[in-house]
Write a protein that binds this ligand. Sequence first.
Ligand code: 13P
Ligand code: SF4
Length: 310
Amino acid sequence: IDPTLDLFDEIERLKREKNAIVLAHYYQEPDIQDIADYIGDSLGLAQQAEKTDADIIVFAGVHFMAETAKILNPNKKVLLPDLNAGCSLSDSCPPPLFKAFKEKHPDHIVISYINCSAGIKALSDIICTSSNARQIVESLPLDQKIIFAPDKNLGGYINKVTGRNMLLWNGACMVHEIFSLEKITRLKERHPEAKLIAHPECEEAVLRIADFIGSTTQLLKFSETDEAQSFIVATETGILHQMQKNAPDKTFIAAPPDNACACNDCPHMKLNTLEKLYLCMKYELPEITMEEQLRVAAKRPIDKMLELSR
Ligand code: 13P
Ligand code: SF4
């Protein structure tokens, strides 16, 4: 790329010329968040993808998110700046293994967290995100047997708050499992005025000491509206950009990972860069494609979620 090009201007030009919309997750790098037409959590992004009338959806997020946009929009072009932007949580649940697990429990219905492949979605009855998981589980009768996949931490948290006993797939997110309880506890002691806010993908020990638990959007809203002036944030660091933008006078401290070499940046989310975003819009590549039979099967449980979340 010509180093004198103003990528912000170029991306805006390509958006206009191609009737393209850029959807970005809060975990994207700040420049991408600033150029996006919509920034949101997984639920917000799926809802935007459902209602957009753009011809091209450029998804600044990870593969399962772009795949969800394609499932909802078979006739639109869906682009992902880096096709390698995967997800450790999604990878922890391969469809053939999950299919065998499901077959062992034929009296259970399957609720899957949206952080899974189209193959897992096609094996599911309802999709949920961290914003609506509780509401979706509570919409089912108390005696309904449920398999929850793939995140054992979110599933365990929902079991706890709803009093259910869902069968959990043993998957987890590499970013949210990295926090050190010991270091967070020490940090809380040094900042007794700070509230600990955590994403439900974190381990139970961290959630137990959190002052507020919520999806990315819920954490953002809480940090803006709560009376506290400082927050220890136990989720991916990308969200700090919006938190600081929305409440410039408040202090946000990223919760510490368990060792100095680790970090709570998602290596998959951070594969996307402004340069790759520009190139993918220019060349309309890489594109998400999907076999129609799989798309239709994966769409049913997403539609169910969107219906329940209106
Ligand atoms: P939400 O966007 O639902 O908060 O989920 C966070 C996440 O890990 C996305 O990959
Ligand atoms: Fe997947 Fe975790 Fe990265 Fe989200 S933060 S994309 S769940 S690895």
